[in-house]
Design a protein around this ligand. Structure first.
Ligand code: GLU
Length: 250
C-alpha cells in the first residue's frame, strides 16, 4: 500500500503532483506514474525512481490542470510499467486496447473480488492490459459512467470487496477528480486561496501547497471541482462547511 496524490487546479499541476510523490517516497514503492487531463488522457509511468518519472514528464511535455499520481507497492501483478498506475479504461468493444478510454484511476489497497469482476467485465467487452486488481475498478467506473463521474464512482463502490483509496478523473469532465476511501488513508487539501484542491494518502505529500487539510473518514467520498469541493460521509450525506472545518487542520 503506497501513495496517491491528485489535484484539480487552474494552473499546470504536474510538478506539484510529482513533488508530492517525492514526499511519499519514504513509504517505499516499486513503480510510479502520473496522468493528466490535456484534452484527452495522457500519462507517464516508470519502474525507476520518481526523479526518473519527473524527467519523463518533462521530455514528453506532459501538462495539465487536473491530474492523478501514484507510487505502487505491487500486490497483484509484477512490478512493471504495464501494471503501474494510473490505469485507463479500455472498452467495451472492438479496438478497445488501442485507444485510451474515458476513465483514469489510481488505487492504493487490495480488491479481493477482482477475479469475478474481471470475468464479468471481460464478458462485456472490456480489455485488460494489466494483471492488477486495480484495473477492474477503472473498467467498473467506465461501465457506470453516464456523464457524471461522481455518480459512476458511487455506483462502483458497493461492488468492491477489500481496501481502497482511489482518485479518478474522466476524459469528458476536465476539471473534476473524485476520490473515495475505505480501509486505506486519504486526506483532502485546499490550496491557492481555495482555487486548488487535492487528495493525498498522507498530508505530508501536500506540504507547502495547502492552506487547509481535511482528514477524511472511513467511507468518505470527495468531489473536487475547479474552485469548489464536497465531502460526503459513508451515508452519502454532504458535509456542511462547519462539519468539514471540524475535521480540518489549517
Ligand atoms: N493492488 C494494487 C496493485 O497491485 C495497488 C497496490 C498499491 O497499493 O500500491 O496494483
Amino acid at each position: 500500500m503506497c501513495g496517491i496524490v491528485a489535484a484539480v487546479s487552474n494552473r499546470n499541476i504536474v510538478d506539484v503532483l510529482v513533488q508530492g510523490l517525492q514526499r511519499l517516497e519514504y513509504r517505499g514503492y516499486d513503480s510510479c506514474g502520473v496522468a493528466v487531463h490535456d484534452g484527452g488522457l495522457k500519462r507517464a509511468r516508470s519502474t525507476a525512481r520518481v526523479a526518473e518519472l519527473a524527467s519523463q514528464v518533462q521530455q514528453d511535455l506532459i501538462q495539465g490542470q487536473t491530474g492523478i499520481a501514484h507510487t505502487r507497492w505491487a500486490t497483484h501483478g509484477v512490478p512493471a510499467v504495464h501494471n503501474a498506475h494510473p490505469h485507463f479504461s479500455h472498452g467495451p468493444g472492438a479496438n478497445a486496447s488501442e485507444k485510451p478510454g474515458r476513465i483514469a484511476l489510481v488505487h492504493n489497497g487490495i480488491i479481493e473480488n477482482h477475479e469475478e469482476l474481471r470475468q464479468s467485465l471481460s464478458a462485456k467487452g472490456y480489455v485488460f492490459l494489466s494483471q492488477t486488481d486495480t484495473e477492474v475498478i477503472t473498467h467498473l467506473v467506465d461501465s457506470h459512467y453516464n456523464g457524471d463521474l461522481f455518480e459512476a464512482v458511487k455506483a462502483t463502490l458497493p461492488q468492491l470487496h477489500g481496501a481502497y483509496a482511489i482518485a479518478v478523473f474522466a476524459r469528458d469532465e476536465p476539471n473534476r477528480v473524485v476520490g473515495a476511501r475505505a480501509g486505506s488513508p486519504m486526506v483532502l487539501g485546499v490550496g491557492n486561496g481555495g482555487q486548488e484542491h487535492f487528495v493525498a494518502s498522507d498530508a505530508m505529500a501536500l506540504a507547502g501547497v495547502t492552506d487547509q487539510i481535511v482528514y477524511l473518514e472511513e467511507g468518505d467520498m470527495v468531489d473536487l471541482q475547479l474552485g469548489k469541493y464536497w465531502v460526503f460521509d459513508k451515508n452519502a450525506k454532504a458535509l456542511s462547511k462547519a462539519e468539514r472545518d471540524r475535521k480540518s487542520v489549517v
